[in-house]
Every structure is written in structure tokens, then in C-alpha cells.
Write a protein that binds this ligand. Sequence first.
Ligand code: UDP
Length: 292
Amino acid sequence: MLLSRESKNSPVNSAGTFPFIRFDAVIHFAGLKAVGESVSKPLLYHDNNIVGTITLLEVMAAHGCKNLVFSSSATVYGWPKKVPCTEEFPLSAVNPYGRTKLFIEEICRDLRNSDSQWKIILLRYFNPVGAHPSGLIGEDPRGTPNNLMPFVQQVAVGRGQALTVFGKDYSTKDGTGVRDYIHVVDLADGHIAALKKLSDPKIGCDVYNLGTGKGTSVLEMVTAFEKASGKKIPLQIAGRRPGDAEVVYASIKKAETELKWKAKYGIEDMCKDQWNWASKNPFGYGSLESKK
Ligand code: UDP
């Protein structure tokens, strides 16, 4: 997303470019994000995510815009040895997708070290779920969803038979994996807070976690969704998914203190808004025909 100031002149010239627009900042959300696909198509991921980012950074510099907010991920903590994850934790990647996020973070740090005009905020997302409360904007993954909540949603609308629970033998409250789920509206607000923070002269290339600081298990999430939707989600217990961490949740101190941002919504709101979107749009942005 490019954030620009209005121009008195027509913004588009005959070449279809935007010579009069001054871009103040860029929020870079674009990227491929399916872990399994990244394992089978690593070059696609490295090309799209890393080369795409380098191209964007070059274009930004060419336009004199050196303010960036980038969507990184909690995946850069790998399998954390303890929780909550603070921004100072050692970084590692456990699959090609995670490596692209890690490499882009490093590229951003190198760039800032080379030129102090750059101001970059890396936002490490935990597990974004939910939808806009209007029910007009929501997630519509292509093919079989990889993530928990889109899958639960598909079962609830009858597009899947049962949720496969990956592992019930973790040393967690109910044996299932624990994650830090964050409402997409809170996540969006976190970006506004980061944009504002870019004007702080102390910012160089800085990192913030965007999470709630609370860990929720797979079964707790399913129960909350059943309550919000009134639908029963049949479960099939399976073995652990290769590469899955046991418990991951964020330390939210840094974002709270420095960005003055804190998540407002809990898992009930996340499930309510996700069900509102799903029940109004059982086939996402398409129709039954388009999903066949
Ligand atoms: N999970 C599951 N069934 C699924 C998808 C995910 O049991 O069909 C579990 C997964 O093992 C993890 C949690 O749900 O414990 C969140 O998984 P997701 O892929 O959404 O996020 P990530 O693991 O990348 O944090």
C-alpha cells in the first residue's frame, strides 16, 4: 500500500506513471504465505517475497520515499525455547516461507545501516484471524486452507467434513497446540500506530510484535467458534504436523510502550466476526461454481 499526498496536477501521465505524486510511506503486505507450498516451491517464494521486496525498496528509494512498514511474522522465532516471545529472541527459520521473512528483515537492517534516511518498522504478526465486523471483508484462501481458522470456517459452512487436529499430546492445557490469535482489525490498527511511529526521530530499523500476549489452544478456539456460530465442528485427532511449535505467544510490552497500541479484541470477538463473514459469504468472494 502506497501512502501519498494529493497532487494539484493530474497524477497519471501518458506513460501511465505517477510523476507528481509524492509517496510519504509504504506499507508492504504483499507476499506468498503458505508454508507447505514454500517447501515444494522454494524458488517461487524466494523470488516473489525477497526479489519483490528488493524491487519495491529500489523503487521507493528512486522516489525519495524511505519510510517503510513491513509485514513480518512470528515465524522468525522458529521454535521458541520459552514464551512469551520478546523482540530480542534469537531468530531462525524452519521452512522457506519463514526464511523469506527472516531474510527480508535482515535486508531491511542492512539497508538502514547503509543509509540513515531509511526508517523501517518490521511488524511480527502472530496469528491473525477474524474478519471486518461489517461482514464485507474477510479471508478467502485458494484451495484447502493451511491455517486453523479458515479451515474451521469451511467446516462450519459445510465445505469440509471435519477439522483435523494436529496433535493432542503436547504438554499444554489440553494437549493441543497453543498460539496467539489476534483480530485482523487490531492488526490493522497496529499498522496505523506503526505509521505514526515512523515520524519518531529515534526510529531506525525497529521491530514490534503484534499479538495479544495470550495463548489459546486449538480446542479452545474450536469451542469459541462453535459458541459464536451455533455450529458443531466435528474433530479428527491426528498426529503432530511436522515443523509445528508447541506454544507460541507474544510479549506485547514493547508495542504497548512504544507504539501506544494494544489489542482490544478477544477470541469471542474474533470468532463472532469470522462467522459473520463466513455465514454471509460461504464461498468467500466467489460462488459455489467458482470454487469447483
Ligand atoms: N491446526 C490444526 N488443524 C489445522 C490447522 C492448524 O490442528 O487444520 C493447529 C496447528 O497445529 C497449530 C494451530 O492450529 O497448533 C495454528 O495453526 P496455524 O497453521 O493456523 O498457525 P501456525 O502454526 O502457523 O502458527
